[in-house]
Design a protein around this ligand. Structure first.
Ligand code: PBG
Ligand code: ZN
Length: 331
């Protein structure tokens, strides 16, 4: 018996010919944080290289991304003020609405908006609070159905401003259906929904909560976000969201949930996005800063893994640098 020799195909000239996965700048979606109170970019300490941007700076960053070949951004807002209901989330002159108009007028990027209330509510939860009727002593809970109208209104205001895709992330049951109906009723039949269908209650969102000032003031999000122990439930979430009208579905986080990305890819035919979240970014950057890992190499490998697992789109804080590298525009 002749020995099998897989190494034959690992020569430099042959490797690219037999590569099963490829990445391109158009695979990436770049998150942008826009801050109503910022006049100049404000660094985010736990996310080196990222800033809370003013409206002007958002457009500058967007142009840099376009230059690198990135074609999509997802916009998060930090409002001028918060209240109990999160009313600045759907305000026509809200920060996301203004940023979307700016980007729509000045760039060719596909504009995705995050639709949630946690950055806009004083309590930092993703929906409207009410006393939990099942608990004797004043404990509060996020009311599912009362939150749907607020999310639908927010998505509508983003579409009015010029968003191409809205991405509901509150993990309220029925949110995709409520948003689809509201968009259709407002004549926004062409605006797509990217559902954060499979969003786990993860400890890896820490740096984002600092970046977007959206940490819950009490408790956690385990009554609405998914339990990391569960796998079958992810399929159920995705099936429900597609029934309600989701055009694309997301799995989040990404690196620690690649099994789920693969499951979902095999379950549905709509595009699947993976969100390489803030904590996953922070750990690679921190290790690179200590000289323990190479930032670009590990970020690229992580992105390849997500693509290999079945993601069509990758939302990542590394979008610009990876796109630059792939299009030969860095170094
Ligand atoms: C808002 C939202 C969060 C993220 C995206 N949208 C935070 C959360 O659910 O606490 C996390 C993104 C990241 O960590 O990069 N609901
Ligand atoms: Zn939220």
């Amino acid at each position: 018996m002749r020995p099998e020799r897989p190494r034959r195909l690992r020569r430099d000239a042959i490797r690219p010919l037999v590569a099963e996965t490829s990445l391109s700048p158009t695979d990436f979606i770049a998150p942008l944080f826009v801050d109503a109170t910022a006049t100049a970019p404000r660094p985010i300490p736990s996310m080196p290289g990222h800033e809370r941007l003013s409206l002007d700076a958002v457009v500058e960053r967007a142009h840099e991304l376009e230059e690198a070949g990135v074609r999509g951004v997802i916009v998060f807002g930090i409002p001028d003020r918060k209240d109990a209901d999160g009313s600045r989330a759907w305000a026509d002159d809200g920060i996301v609405q203004r940023a979307v108009r700016h980007l729509d007028e000045r760039t060719d990027l596909t504009i995705i908006t995050d639709v949630c209330l946690c950055e806009y509510t004083e309590h930092g939860h993703c929906g409207v609070l009410a006393h939990d009727a099942r608990k004797a002593t004043g404990s509060m809970t996020v009311e599912n159905d009362a939150t749907l109208a607020a999310l639908a209104r927010t998505a509508g205001s983003h579409a009015d401003a010029g968003a191409d895709i809205v991405a509901p992330s509150a993990m309220m049951d029925g949110q995709v259906g409520a948003i689809r109906t509201a968009l259709d009723d407002a004549g926004h039949e062409d605006i797509a929904i990217l559902s954060y269908a499979v969003k786990y209650e993860s400890a890896y969102y820490g740096p984002f909560r600092e970046a977007a000032d959206g940490a819950p003031a009490f408790g956690d999000r385990r009554h609405y976000q998914m339990d990391p122990h569960n796998r079958r439930e992810a399929r159920r979430e995705v099936e429900l969201d597609i029934d309600e009208g989701a055009d694309m579905v997301m799995v989040k986080p990404a690196m620690t949930y690649l099994d789920i990305v693969r499951d979902i890819r095999e379950t549905v035919s709509v595009p699947v996005a993976a969100y390489h979240v803030s904590g996953e970014y922070a750990m690679l950057v921190a290790a690179d800063e200590r000289g323990w890992l190479d930032r670009e190499a590990t970020a690229m490998e992580a992105a390849v893994s997500m693509k290999r697992a079945g993601a069509d789109l990758i939302i990542t804080y590394f979008a610009k640098e990876l796109a630059q590298r792939l299009s030969g525009r860095s170094r």
